[in-house]
Design a protein around this ligand. Structure first.
Ligand SMILES: NC(=O)c1ccc[n+]([C@@H]2O[C@H](COP(=O)([O-])OP(=O)(O)OC[C@H]3O[C@@H](n4cnc5c(N)ncnc54)[C@H](OP(=O)(O)O)[C@@H]3O)[C@@H](O)[C@H]2O)c1
Ligand SMILES: [Zn+2]
Ligand SMILES: [Zn+2]
Length: 339
């Protein structure tokens, strides 16, 4: 089958022919119908995210249909529409026991990172990692749930986001749109920050109370203070994390505010501890999601409470076009590949 693969830092992805696998005991094979393109793939391509494993098939937002099952799996699952949970924990460590497989230190798989992912025609995974996708959610709108929406839920949980909080979403891409909607559902007031008017307009459509165009204001932190009567934001979700955004994000926190890093760039975070001390603020990172968070994300989309936004659907062999559009900031939501 064809697969789009990471072949090392600073090298373009390549399409290769790779063998298709048969499912072993406890596994299912998913015929891939849609795979979302996450900004994380740009970090692989640029060499920023080098996990030391290659070649590896990219893609961790995967939707498809089970077409074969291994021993011990109910054959009635053949034909089931599913989404991929991209972590396979060891099942034994303290994090797996707590259901926090995203922190497992002995991962058996992380598809699209250390193990072959979804920019391909099929993928073989443990049956537990194939989460049912309701019939009325298309594969294309379903795929971006698996990272775009799940990451938003996980980060909101870590931030202990609650009703009445003021939440800033700094960077309105696919994960940002997930965050705008999750934060609204939790009763937070949402300020979305971006640089492209049509992306900010869509954030408002999804429920953002205030939008700030960072390209138009001189001091983004001051603009947030102004929008919050001087108080600042209880939670800031950082999806950009360049030098300028990181210092603004820190400066816009309210007392006891929580800054949650989701995105990263090649820049490092510099902060004087006094700035953290005097405001008693918290700085944390958020990675991935749990299986339960994926199930919650699927339910929210199925119930129409959260939407994913697909900018365009491309055939698998035009992956480079999708990556280029994402790198150039031209994508509203997600590009989805279709094998
Ligand atoms: N921790 C995790 O588990 C996890 C999961 C998924 C993704 N991520 C990371 O999270 C980040 C976002 O991912 P994504 O897929 O949502 O990316 P995305 O779709 O590319 O969205 C990022 C958005 O940020 C905006 N932006 C860029 N520079 C900006 C600036 N200086 N000020 C304001 N806005 C700016 C861009 O739009 P404009 O510049 O046009 O406004 C872009 O739409 C990436 O770093 C990705 O690797 C982490
Ligand atoms: Zn992702
Ligand atoms: Zn584990």
């Amino acid at each position: 089958m064809r697969a789009v693969r990471y072949v090392g830092p600073n090298r373009p992805f390549v399409m290769e022919d790779v063998p298709e696998r048969e499912p072993a005991a406890g596994e299912v094979r998913v015929r891939i119908r849609a795979a979302g393109m996450c900004h994380t793939e740009l970090h692989f391509a640029s060499g920023l995210l080098d996990l030391g494993v290659c070649p590896v098939t990219m893609g961790h937002e995967v939707a498809g249909e089970i077409d074969a099952v291994g021993e011990g799996v109910n054959p009635e699952r053949i034909g089931e529409r599913v989404l991929l949970y991209y972590y396979v924990g060891c099942g034994e460590c303290e994090w797996c026991e707590r259901g926090q497989e995203n922190l497992c230190a002995n991962l058996k798989a992380e598809y699209g990172f250390f193990h072959d992912g979804g920019y391909a025609e099929s993928i073989v995974i443990p049956e537990r990692n194939a989460v049912r996708l309701p019939d009325h959610v298309s594969f294309e709108e379903g795929a971006p749930i698996a990272c775009g929406v799940t990451t938003a839920i996980h980060a909101s949980n870590l931030a202990k986001l609650q009703a009445g909080d003021c939440a800033v979403v700094y960077g309105v891409g696919a994960v940002g749109y997930g965050l705008v909607q999750i934060a609204r559902l939790r009763g937070a007031r949402v300020i979305a920050i971006g640089r492209t008017p049509r992306k900010l307009a869509y954030a408002r459509e999804l429920g953002a109370d205030v939008t700030i165009n960072a390209a138009e204001v001189e001091d983004v932190a001051a603009a947030v203070r102004e929008a919050t009567d001087g108080r600042g934001a209880d939670v800031v979700f950082e999806l950009v994390a360049t030098k300028g955004t990181m210092s603004a994000s820190t400066a816009m926190l309210a007392k006891r505010g929580r800054l949650i890093y989701i995105g990263y760039s090649s820049d490092t975070y510099e902060v004087h501890p006094i700035q953290l001390v005097i405001n008693e603020v918290f700085v944390a990172g958020s990675v991935g999601n749990t299986l339960d968070e994926l199930k919650e994300a699927v339910s929210l989309v199925a119930e129409g409470k959260v939407k994913t936004r697909v900018d365009q659907v491309l055939p698998l062999d035009r992956w480079q076009e999708g990556l280029d559009a994402l790198a150039e900031g031209k994508v509203l939501g997600r590009v989805v590949l279709k094998p």
